[in-house]
Design a protein around this ligand. Structure first.
Ligand code: SAM
Ligand code: DTB
Ligand code: SF4
Length: 331
């Protein structure tokens, strides 16, 4: 039986059954938050939040058909296509992110998989951003083993590639690449020695069993992804999901709490969708174990809360960016 005391006593696991994870979703909210917060405190400073900034280095015109995505060529969303950015433009954005307090700079490209010449240029960006003292993350679509090895040689810290939803619901969302393709890319990244950033999206019309199966698929990766972005769907006009039903905020908090319980040592990122969340809901997410956010006024193509309002929220909660002077002194 999965009980509060059993989840607090057991070691870190990668063998969760469907039933165990579904049971967690059915727990009374106070038990769930208590267990998540207890595990969070065991492994992290509960007042510290890791800050990442995103930049879209190649926008739109993507051949994939991910039903949530404004950058797919299959949907008319009005996103303006932009070819791969110059190195200098990327480095200028990275410097600004560093000045605003980000410790990780994430670069996203709307590709199915990178071409050789493009991968080389991204490799130069990774080297340049690292020299600024920032952690680096890229998300470029599917990777073969040699491509992952090349990025590792360039010093890449993290590769983001999401499972997005449960294996069962996946076919409703994407037809141009399989779940197994995603698992293969994740294996190549892991074998290359790059840290894995892998999560999913809530609010695409999935049921609570699908949410449980997504988290089970993530937690049964061994080792766990170091970073787990939990996105709330940003409904973009022109995508097939533009009229998806809004998620009950408390159900979203449950997803964060279960992710924290299953993957106690991972950074769980309260990722896309924060412009639609109240301060109170975000506070509950932090209480449930979220300890990372995207910071800066844009995600890839859609808005994110203003930097000042995020700092104000952290201030109201007595929380602070991970790695800043106050946080380092308290360690
Ligand atoms: N093209 C690459 C790929 O998909 O592998 C990288 C960029 S893609 C935009 C990265 C992730 O952003 C997706 O896997 C998805 O989880 C998330 N995402 C994209 N559009 C979103 C939306 N409208 N709402 C929430 N998350 C979204
Ligand atoms: C992730 O899980 N979320 C980020 C990042 N990885 C690349 C992307 C969110 C994109 C939201 C829609 C947009 O701005 O285009
Ligand atoms: Fe392309 Fe990535 Fe968007 Fe899918 S999520 S359409 S792969 S940019």
């Amino acid at each position: 039986m999965t009980t509060v005391s059993s989840v607090l006593e057991q070691p870190i696991r990668s063998d969760w059954s469907s039933e165990e994870v579904r049971t967690l979703f059915d727990w009374p909210f106070p038990d769930l938050i208590f267990a998540a917060q207890s595990l969070h405190r065991r492994h992290f400073d509960p007042a510290a939040v890791q800050i990442s900034t995103l930049l879209s280095i190649k926008t739109g015109g993507c051949p994939e058909d991910c039903a949530y995505c404004p950058q797919s060529v299959h949907f008319d969303t009005g996103v303006e296509r932009q070819k791969l950015m110059d190195l200098e433009t990327v480095l200028a954005a990275a410097r600004r992110a560093r000045e605003s307090g980000a410790t990780r700079f994430c670069m996203g490209a709307a590709w199915r998989t990178p071409r050789a010449r493009d991968l080389e240029r991204v490799g130069e960006m990774v080297r340049g951003v690292r020299e600024l003292g920032l952690e680096t993350c890229v998300t470029l679509g599917m990777l073969e083993a040699q491509q992952a090895d090349y990025l590792a040689e360039c010093g890449l810290d993290y590769y983001n590639h999401n499972l997005d939803t449960s294996p069962e619901y996946y076919r409703e969302i994407i037809s141009t690449r399989t779940y197994q393709d995603r698992l293969d890319t994740l294996a190549h990244v892991r074998e290359a020695g790059i840290k894995v950033c892998c999560g999913g999206i809530v609010g695409m019309g999935e049921g609570s069993a699908d949410r449980a199966e997504l988290l089970r698929a993530l937690a049964n990766l061994s080792p766990h992804p170091e970073s787990v972005p939990i996105n709330q769907l940003v409904r973009v006009e022109g995508t097939p999901l533009d009229a998806a039903e809004a998620v009950d905020p408390l159900d979203f908090v449950r997803v964060i709490a279960v992710a924290r319980i299953l993957m106690p040592r991972s950074h769980v990122r309260l990722s896309a969708g924060r412009t639609a969340m109240s301060s109170e809901m975000q506070a509950l997410c932090f209480l449930a174990g979220a300890n990372s956010i995207f910071y800066g006024e844009r995600l890839l193509t859609t808005p994110n809360p203003e930097g000042d309002s995020d700092l104000a929220l952290l201030g109201r909660l007595g929380m602070r960016p991970e790695g800043d002077a106050a946080e380092a002194a308290s360690r």
